[in-house]
Design a protein around this ligand. Structure first.
Ligand SMILES: CC(C)(COP(=O)(O)OP(=O)(O)OC[C@H]1O[C@@H](n2cnc3c(N)ncnc32)[C@H](O)[C@@H]1OP(=O)(O)O)[C@@H](O)C(=O)NCCC(=O)NCCS
Length: 162
């Protein structure tokens, strides 16, 4: 029997329960995660990856300010540890870019750049390699402690779209 296929799709309000259960461990409480991500879900800014009906990956994004700026941000990307290195993270990024383009078009604008922050430490090597492979480049280094990372530097990365 072949490996189960991974399905990428929109995280709808009907399918949000599993997402909340995974993310409430990262945030302080269920209430906080619902409050923070509620707007993302309502607007269709979270994509999920499902395998055998289980949510194994998440990508959350949001437009940055006015659509005319053409800039979107990937706010969060996660793939379940056992399912990594099988292409899911990459597929989630591709899927999100399609959705971002659609969003900008709705407002008569064009998506021109995607930005994200990621850690500069070894813990984020997989993420950095993936972003690099997808065409993201480091455009600035945020020093340790300047924002919310007391452990080390962060990178601000951007993908320039044609
Ligand atoms: C980053 C993350 C989402 C990647 O998801 P993934 O499904 O494993 O990514 P993919 O399988 O699509 O990886 C595609 C490419 O990225 C690179 N990559 C991914 N993981 C890597 C690793 N551990 N080491 C080196 N390169 C890696 C490779 O080039 C890989 O292609 P290849 O497997 O053909 O060599 C996942 O590792 C994760 O959830 N990490 C913890 C959370 C996190 O760091 N999120 C990002 C916060 S900014």
């Amino acid at each position: 029997m072949g490996a189960a296929k991974v399905k990428i799709g929109l995280l709808t309000p009907e399918s949000q329960e599993e997402f909340f259960r995974i993310y409430e461990k990262v945030f302080s409480s269920r209430r906080e995660v619902e409050t923070f991500y509620g707007r993302f879900i309502t607007n269709g800014w979270i994509s999920g990856a499902w395998k055998d009906g289980e949510l194994i990956g998440i990508l959350a994004w949001a437009p940055r300010e006015a659509a005319n700026n053409g800039l979107a941000e990937i706010v969060d990307l996660w793939v379940k540890a056992e399912e990594r290195r099988k292409g899911t993270g990459g597929k989630l990024i591709e899927d999100a870019i399609v959705r971002m383009r659609r969003y900008y078009k709705r407002f008569g604008a064009v998506l021109s750049k995607v930005m994200l922050f990621t850690g500069a430490s070894g813990n984020f090597l997989a993420a950095r390699k993936l972003y690099e492979k997808k065409g993201f480049r480091v455009v600035a280094t945020i020093p340790k402690d300047a924002l919310d990372n007391p452990y080390g530097n962060d990178f601000l990365c951007a993908l320039q779209l044609s």
